[in-house]
Design a protein around this ligand. Structure first.
Ligand SMILES: Cc1ncc(COP(=O)(O)O)c(C=O)c1O
Length: 343
């Protein structure tokens, strides 16, 4: 099977497995664990923040960020297609007790004029903005990358009003590659940032939330509250360390493979995808013109040996990663072409 459902399907490398066997087994929530601490420090350095806290998932890192930044009843402003609003099962309201307002955006970038009008202070009869949120790269917009100028504008706007900013950087290093910038340059436009080692970086589990020392100290308490204390997490952190050391630079290969796939699909029908819009390792493919739903396309592609996930009623998301090469995407485009002819 050619598995294009997600970059989370990547398997750990031999070097990761080796490092997991050699990892320390300290209790991270009691005396601390040296391997976890090393990963947290590396993550802080890579994002230009003071400290980091290892988390079991990106969803939990985001949830803990909300809990740490904002008081119950405050309002979070985030782009309306954000992963947090659409795929994290309402933790923002149900667990963190926050209200939210989706801001319309283009390719994941909030409309700044609307954001400016929507930010407001708490008053007797008015719920105030507690947190501003960005996502880079942006999952539902097909891995679109927020330009640094946009991020700076949002950050400055929020800071003028003394509102903290969080960056969901699940694929932060993909965004950095696409921008030709260091990850620190992307993360500097946010007070806190999280990224996943479990996606294109190929580690089996984990994300790191980074921010100031005081923020991370408070975040550790919220992590415990939501059940994220992992105890002997050394082996997981060990794989994360190898991921940061060896897997960041190769992400560019996934971007090239994604572009090749988009070009192949575009040749079949221009309505499917515009390759110029493919900036990272996600390819959003619109199948509306076929009149068939994404779920049907997914089932038909499976028959041909390709796993692809629907991301909307009429859209599929193809994700390239370490186990997908040029031959795989060419085969996928050929299979798609045969099905397209029949549809
Ligand atoms: C932008 C974004 N944020 C957060 C997450 C959640 O990460 P996890 O699956 O580790 O909870 C994802 C997962 O795909 C994502 O794409």
């Amino acid at each position: 099977m050619i598995d294009l459902r997600s970059d989370t399907v990547t398997r750990p490398t031999e070097a990761m497995l080796e490092s997991m066997r050699e990892a320390t087994f300290g209790d991270d929530s009691r005396d601390g664990d040296a391997t976890v601490q090393k990963l947290e420090q590396m993550a802080a350095e890579r994002t230009g923040k003071e400290a980091g806290a290892f988390m079991p998932s990106g969803t939990m890192a985001n949830l803990v960020a909300m809990l740490t930044h904002a008081q119950r009843g405050g309002e979070v402003l985030l782009e309306e297609g954000s992963h947090t609003l659409n795929a994290e099962l309402g933790g923002i309201a149900g667990v963190a007790g926050l209200f939210y307002r989706g801001i319309p955006g283009k390719r994941g970038a909030m409309d700044v004029a609307t954001l400016r009008e929507t930010i407001r202070p708490t008053a007797r009869n008015q719920m105030g903005t507690a947190l501003v949120w960005m996502e880079n790269s942006h999952n539902r917009s097909g891995g679109a990358v927020l330009p640094l100028g946009h991020m700076r504008e949002v950050y400055e706007l929020a800071h003028e009003k003394s509102i903290p900013v969080h960056l969901d950087g699940a694929r932060l290093f993909n965004a950095a590659h696409a921008l030709g910038a260091a990850a620190t340059e992307v993360a500097r436009h946010a007070d806190s940032v999280c990224f996943c080692v479990s996606k294109g970086l190929s580690a089996p589990v984990g994300s790191v939330l980074c921010g100031s020392k005081a923020f991370i100290e408070r975040a550790r308490a919220y992590r415990r509250m939501v059940g994220g204390n992992m105890r002997q997490a050394g082996p997981l952190a060990a794989a994360g360390i190898v991921a940061l050391e060896t897997m960041v630079d190769r992400l560019v290969e996934d971007h090239q493979t994604a572009k090749r796939l988009a070009e192949g699909l575009h040749r079949i029908d221009a309505s499917l995808v515009d390759p110029r819009e493919v900036e990272t390792n996600l390819v959003r493919v619109e199948v509306r013109k076929s009149g068939r739903r994404a779920a049907q396309w997914s089932a038909d592609l499976k028959q041909k040996g390709m796993l692809v996930a629907p991301c909307d009623i009429y859209a599929l998301r193809f994700v390239t990663h370490r186990h997908i090469g040029a031959a795989d995407v060419d085969q996928t485009a050929s299979a798609f072409a045969e099905l397209w002819k029949k549809s």
